[in-house]
Design a protein around this ligand. Structure first.
Ligand SMILES: C[S@@+](CC[C@H](N)C(=O)[O-])C[C@H]1O[C@@H](n2cnc3c(N)ncnc32)[C@H](O)[C@@H]1O
Length: 296
């Protein structure tokens, strides 16, 4: 490592070096970036506390010896231990929103952040007073909901007390304690007696086969947040069986299921559902209206 420290001085040097190391090591992406350049840029900016996504202006900046040591160490950990950059930096981003994360929660990467700003709007009832984020993890989507519906009460539930501790930290960081209620609950078990106009959920949905093939980076995430039985729908089935009792008559529920669209359609052939697209992905989230759940 010391030879490298004597040869690399600017952020540009370290960017080039990190990209080459990441490519050589064939690390796995998918926790907020899709390629070596973006991963390296994020790691460098985050480690140096420079503004996220604003590398250009700093490329010729020279790093101090402690900074170079820290970055060399982070690059090494990313490669040898396959720790996601989000855990190394203890930060993750959904759009412009930054969240604290550690290994008690999955790294936020939900399509809901994009959908709530765009496609989902057309489906949301005019008056929204109560919304629910089922399976909140780090609280990231509850916080996105609170930003979109500043006058609504946001309930956010998770089975994991560890995840809720992380969510509490994020809710506090955004000063949203007055708007978001965090509740420890097995799905709807402890949800308050009220009806929601909107329920969103990014539940565990990884099939048993996919769990066995997970890249090392994803094995660092809590199993409870990922694994959902043979067809990945164990939790989705429970959600759809119970959601109607918690929605208003004009309410909607939207559920993220990753690559499992075919499995969902096979499991619920008679349930009218609409698949929502984002600029970056198609058919990863489905939406059901309360009336259609009731008729099942
Ligand atoms: C895929 S993660 C989603 C976290 C967060 N909403 C996000 O988008 O980053 C799923 C979450 O569901 C929680 N979970 C798993 N089973 C649950 C259950 N039966 N009831 C409530 N939460 C559950 C896990 O603890 C985990 O935090």
């Amino acid at each position: 490592m010391s030879a490298v420290l004597d040869e690399l001085f600017t952020l540009r040097d370290w960017l080039r070096y990190a990209i080459t190391r990441f490519e050589d090591a064939e690390i796995f992406y998918g926790h907020g970036t899709e390629n070596a350049y973006d991963e390296a840029a994020w790691l460098l900016l985050g480690a140096l506390k420079l503004p996220h996504g604003r590398l250009e202006g700093f490329l010729d900046a020279r790093l101090t010896t402690p900074e170079r040591q820290r970055i060399a160490n982070l690059i090494s950990q990313r490669i040898t231990k396959r720790i996601p950059t989000a855990y190394l930096l203890q930060e993750a981003w959904l759009g412009d929103l930054r969240f604290y994360v550690d290994e008690r929660v999955i790294v936020p990467r939900s399509y809901f952040a994009e959908l709530l700003a765009d496609t989902l709007q057309a489906w949301i009832p005019d008056t929204v007073t109560d919304v629910l984020d089922l399976c909140t993890g780090s609280g990231c989507l509850a916080i996105v909901l609170a930003h979109h519906f500043p006058d609504a009460n946001v309930d956010a539930i998770d089975l994991s007390p560890d995840a809720l501790a992380v969510a509490e930290r994020n809710v506090h960081a955004y000063a949203l304690e007055g708007q978001i209620e965090l509740i420890e609950s097995d799905l709807f078990d402890e949800v308050p007696e009220r009806r929601y106009q909107l329920i969103i959920s990014n539940p565990p949905y990884v099939t048993t086969a996919a769990m066995e093939a997970l890249p090392p980076e994803f094995r660092r995430e809590p199993v409870l947040a990922l694994a959902a039985g043979d067809d990945g729908l164990d939790v989705v089935r429970q959600i759809l069986a119970q959601a109607d009792d918690h929605l208003t008559d004009d309410g909607i529920i939207a559920v993220e299921v990753g690559h499992n669209r075919d499995l969902v359609e096979a499991a619920f052939p008679d349930l009218p559902m609409t698949w929502l697209d984002t600029e970056h992905a198609e058919g990863k989230v489905f939406l059901v209206q309360a009336g259609d759940l009731e008729r099942r």
